[in-house]
Design a protein around this ligand. Structure first.
Ligand SMILES: [Zn+2]
Ligand SMILES: [Zn+2]
Length: 137
């Protein structure tokens, strides 16, 4: 089965066309992601070949030296986490629909995860130090 290729916000004003969407879902437990979305960010690396329809509705906020976060200015749906250096988009898995082929494979900033929740999935778990080393940040 092909990976999901179109993601839309709640109100439909913004559509992301994602020809390079991966199947692997990564969870980020960092404090910024949890504050942004109310819980860990579950997202899919969609690479750089992204086309955004309705871009005029997209608002962005630069949340760190290396990334910005985008959301729909009309309905508030979180659309992406964009790496500034490469332009790659990390898109919340919930936007990709009921794609059965997605798999949670990795958890980031595991040392920032609060103790009141935890995923039962068998994943590769990286601490903040390991994340920074792995991604060269
Ligand atoms: Zn919207
Ligand atoms: Zn995060």
């Amino acid at each position: 089965m092909e990976p999901p290729r179109i993601a839309a916000c709640l109100c439909g004003a913004v559509q992301l066309h994602l020809p390079e969407a991966r199947r692997e879902v990564h969870a980020c437990h960092c404090g910024m992601c949890r504050r942004w979305g109310g819980g860990p960010l579950l997202a899919v690396d969609c690479g750089q070949a992204v086309r955004i329809e309705g871009e005029a509705q997209v608002q962005t906020w630069q949340s760190s030296a290396w990334a910005e976060r985008g959301f729909c200015g009309r309905c508030g749906t979180h659309l992406f986490y964009r790496l500034l250096a490469s332009g790659a988009l990390i898109v919340p898995a919930g936007l990709l629909g009921e794609a059965g082929e997605l798999a949670l494979t990795r958890e980031l900033f595991i040392d920032h995860k609060p103790s009141w929740y935890g995923f039962a999935n068998r994943t590769e778990r990286l601490t903040e130090a390991e994340v920074l080393a792995t991604f060269g940040l």
